[in-house]
Design a protein around this ligand. Structure first.
Ligand SMILES: Nc1ncnc2c1ncn2[C@@H]1O[C@H](COP(=O)(O)OP(=O)(O)OP(=O)(O)O)[C@@H](O)[C@H]1O
Ligand SMILES: [Mg+2]
Length: 339
């Protein structure tokens, strides 16, 4: 099934004439099937030229949001403006100014990579020669020059993702929507895509809306990150702000016996005022104001109660820790790459 957005002809070009903003107000989406509230009152803005990452675990509502913002599905309620146009009243205008790479790629397996890019160029109103030139350029950018004459049906998952990115770049969109563009890619392909996205953002001023489950991807690329969980935004800010927001040190204790987790948790909850504490397999994570001072208290308490500890670490928070704290998702399940 072809899921790319095709807009024939006359695309407005020029990086600075267009409004590359995204404005989302109180967006909700309930799927009738299964009565799933996928998006539950989301409000945010992305500025022109901003690199924005939407970070969240499986089922958080990322793809649903992207599909609404790119006019593919209708919201249940709320208001969305993309590139200065309302997605419900003016979907055609929105589509002219955006490039979209969805999580499920939609390319024709019988075409070669080169043919697919040329077809996309034709759909966007390029002439034959211009389209050929653009295909050569784009296939080079995404490292598919050598595979250009092969049928897409024989491409690996990573190659398809890279082809998909090339297709979204054909019309030099003002705003790029990328739904998990690097999921399942090998490190060098991921690096190539990161580099290209940074270049587009910096040199061309392209607004980028990227969804990811990878914290380091959001941290490394984005000016600002919105963390979404169960259809709601639970935090929003620059990577630095998010780290500062949590503002606390983290004590990680590895227990000798995982079966002691519950007892360790209630001991800390009872013994230390106003600290957040979580357990994750055999580890206990304690968010504290003054790491060194409270570390000593925790160790004393565990000693007194005979709870064995095999390792203790004190650290300042990373995005990983923030994500875990906000979503309650275990780090392994969220940040692990399928490599
Ligand atoms: N077409 C649909 N019909 C019914 N439920 C849906 C549909 N699409 C998504 N959902 C549900 O909405 C919720 C949000 O899904 P969504 O695909 O937006 O999550 P996501 O953040 O993109 O997750 P992932 O990281 O796994 O891609 C999930 O519970 C999902 O099962
Ligand atoms: Mg998704």
């Amino acid at each position: 099934m072809l899921r790319r957005i095709f807009v024939r002809g006359n695309v407005e070009r020029g990086w600075f004439r267009l409004n590359g903003r995204i404005v989302v107000e109180d967006l909700t989406k309930t799927f009738k099937k299964g009565n799933v509230q996928a998006v539950r009152g989301v409000t945010f803005e992305v500025e022109e030229g901003e690199f924005f990452a939407f970070l969240g675990p499986n089922g958080a509502g990322k793809s649903t949001t992207v599909q609404i913002l790119t006019t593919l599905i209708n919201a249940t309620s709320g208001k969305v403006e993309v590139a200065g146009h309302d997605v419900v009243n003016d979907p055609e205008k929105v589509r002219q100014h955006i490039g979209v790479a969805l999580q499920e790629t939609g390319v024709d397996p019988d075409l070669t990579g080169r043919e697919m890019v040329e077809l996309q160029a034709y759909i966007f109103g390029f002439g034959k020669e211009e389209g050929r030139k653009r295909a050569v350029e784009l296939l080079d950018i995404v490292n598919l020059t050598e595979a250009a004459e092969r049928r897409i049906g024989g491409y690996s998952g990573g190659m398809r993702r890279r082809l998909d990115l090339a297709l979204t770049l054909v019309n030099e969109p003002k705003i790029l929507f990328l739904d998990e563009p690097t999921t399942g890619l090998d490190p060098s392909s991921r690096a190539a895509i990161w580099e290209e996205l940074r270049r587009l953002n910096k040199e061309k001023g392209t607004t980028i809306f990227l969804t990811t489950q990878y914290l380091e991807e959001a941290d490394s690329l984005a000016d600002r990150i919105g963390i979404i969980n169960k259809g709601k935004i639970v935090a929003m800010g620059s990577p630095k702000e998010l780290k500062a927001e949590i503002g606390h040190d983290l004590i990680t204790l590895s227990l000798k016996d995982e079966g002691e987790s519950e007892r360790a948790l209630s001991l800390i909850r009872g013994g230390l005022d106003g600290v957040d504490v979580l357990s994750q397999q055999d580890k206990i994570l304690v968010y504290v104001e003054e790491g060194t001072k409270q570390l000593v208290e925790v160790v004393r308490m565990f000693d007194a109660e005979g709870i064995g500890v095999v390792d203790i670490q004190l650290s300042s928070p990373t995005l990983d820790d923030i994500f875990l704290k906000l979503t309650g998702e275990p780090k392994e399940g969220v940040a692990a790459r399928g490599e």
